[in-house]
Every structure is written in C-alpha cells, then in structure tokens.
Design a protein around this ligand. Sequence first.
Ligand code: GLA
Length: 402
Amino acid sequence: MSNKLNCIDRFYSTYQREPDAIAFCPYRISPLGAHIDHQGGIINGMAIDRGIHMAYGRKQNGVVEVQSMDFPNRVQFHVREVQDEKVGDWADYLRGAAKMLGEEYPLKYGVCGVIEGSLPIGGLSSSAAVTICFLQALCAVNNIELEAQEYIRFAKRTENLYVGVNCGILDQSCEVLCEKDSLLYLDCESNEYRQIKQPENMPDYEIAIFFSGLERSLANSKYNLRVDECKASAYYLMAYAGMEYDKMSNTRLRQVPYDVYVSYRDRLPEIFCKRTDHFYSEIRRAQEGAKAWEEGDLVKYGKLMFESGQSSIKLYECGCPELISLYWIMRKTPGIYGGRFSGAGFKGCCMALIDPAKREEIEQNVREAYLKEYPELEGKYMSAFCKSADGVMAMQRERVIL
Ligand code: GLA
C-alpha cells in the first residue's frame, strides 16, 4: 500500500494548515455468506489493508464541509440541520451518518475534511467505509466515544433509513469488528460472533481483487428487490405452516425452520425457491467454511467459495455478464483457491484467495482473459492484492495500548 495520502495535501492546500487527525476505515471482503445477512444468515468476513482515509479538523461553527478525492463537488451542511431527504450523491452517507448520530448524541462541532479511497468503488463496501470513517471524525471532534455496536448500528441505519438500501450488517460488522489474520464468523440474527484465528498450518494466502471496470450504486441495483423476494418467500412459508408472523418488514428467512421450507417448497413460485435455496445452502457453506478455516484447509475453503459464487449466479441471480466472466476466469486460473463476486455482485469486483507464489501469473492470466472478452474495459479493469487487516475497533485498541 502506498503510504502517501493525497487527502493530507489537499487538506493543506484547502485550509492552509495541517489536519487535526486522519480517520481510517478498512474495506471488507466476505468470502462466504453472500446475500444472506439481510435475512439473518451467517457470514464469514475479513477487513483488508486498504480503505478510506479522511484528513480532518474541527469546525467550531457546526458546519460539515467535506470533499472527496473521487468526486467533484464539495458538500456542506450544518451538523444539526441535516435535510430529511437524500440528495442522491456520494455525500448522502455523510448526511445520513450525521443525522443518525445526532438523534442520539448532542453534536456541537462540525468537521472539515478530505476523503480518499484507496481502491475503485464497488464491491468492497466503500459506502459503509465512508460512513464509518466520517463517523469517527465527527465523534472525535465532538468528544464522543462509540462502542463497536453503535458504529455498526449508525452506519446501517444510514444505509437503510437515509440512502434507502435495505442491507444487513455484514459490511459494517466486518469493517468494525474484524481482526488481522482472523476470519470473522458472524450470526446476523443473534449478532453473536467469533474470530477464527488463522491456524499455523494454513498455507500462505493473499486476497486478490479483480475490478470489472464497472462501478455501481446499490440504490439503483436489484439489491432491494432481492431482499423483498426473500422476505416474500419467508412470509408465504410461515403462512403455509401456520406459524405466527409479524409485519413483512420484520420477517426474515432465518425465522423459517428448514423443515418448514422442505414441507412447503412445492407451493412456492420457482423464483422464491431459488432465493431460498441460496439462503440455506449459503448458511451451510459459511458454517463449513468456518470449520475448514479452523483446520487450515484453504483448498476446501476455496472450493466452497467457488460453490458460493455459482449459487449467486444461478440461484440468487445477481451478477452482470462482466462479473460472471470474471468468475469463470478465476475458476480456470491456477493458483486461485477460490473466488466469487464481492459484495452485492451487481457490478464492482470479484475477490479471490490466492497462492502468493503465483501472484504475477494470476494477475497476467486474469487480465488477458478478461480483456480479451471486454476490450473496451482496458484502462478501467484493474486488480489489487491485499492482506487481511484490523477493523476499526482493533485499530483503536492498539492505539490505546501504544
Ligand atoms: C452488500 C450489502 C451487504 C450484503 C452484501 C452481499 O455489500 O451492503 O449488506 O448484503 O452486499 O452479501
């Protein structure tokens, strides 16, 4: 990772002074447990050693004034007068975060700053990372200390209630809770989690990210539609089985025991069966993956990732042609243990666990094969190789110990 942060220079040239501090939030990957967090499923996750930085300083007058190295317009709003409706730009994450935080904590000071992402947008959850990075800065200038679950809650509420994406807790939890060299195993229904340390016998691995060259916004994808399909399936199944159910908004597939699904599956529309099959099989893969990880069995883990990717394509039906090509290319590339779409999977990137000894060949082979199919994406496609990293809480703990 390059150590040079352009956001510091930009802060200096804008405000003619050094920033008070730099906030950072890592991106995340979720090798197993895709598209099931919003249904109370089980996920595996890791934070990576790239993410969003924000060089910032306090503003006494309560104004938030932030620019991004990735987007043209500078945003300005008063921390206690955030508009109710989203605007539809990148800064909605900042507005939403200020609003959610302000509902529970008194906000006196604003913040000026420059935000910089270290990788292209799409698939690594830069939206949660921007939100959490900004929350850290806003909290610091207002002398607020948040607990892990508060970061997760505020960032998720920002997406759900302000931006309008009905996501679960996967992104925020990974970015906040993960620990370097560990796999986060999180039950999104009970919120219980554990860190699975990488055992000594596990072969060396790296995390490869292959960007399709297509950026995306979840607000415009079929993300919410898929969430609704899963909820509808759960609703039908509970009704068929005579189970008590709540409002649709409080209904999730995790509330439906598997044997209920087996008993009433035949009555469901085919499309709901597909989503539901993905749900139960992905939970199983996240559980089996955790076991393989504990045993240091990367080959088995990688196989499960490829299966998970296939389930996303066939059953959850989320890729786009470019991501699906990348998926098949990864499957054929020696040195890749396993891989799948990263994140929501409508655009963005694929991620893989790879053998570092084969990094150069993998980089070249995937690039050549992909650009042969999509020559127009030359200059937009890119790859990056990362390591697992601490999430925000582990980083804060370390700072306290130092
Ligand atoms: C996006 C969402 C997450 C999760 C993933 C898919 O990243 O924000 O909540 O649903 O997609 O697993």
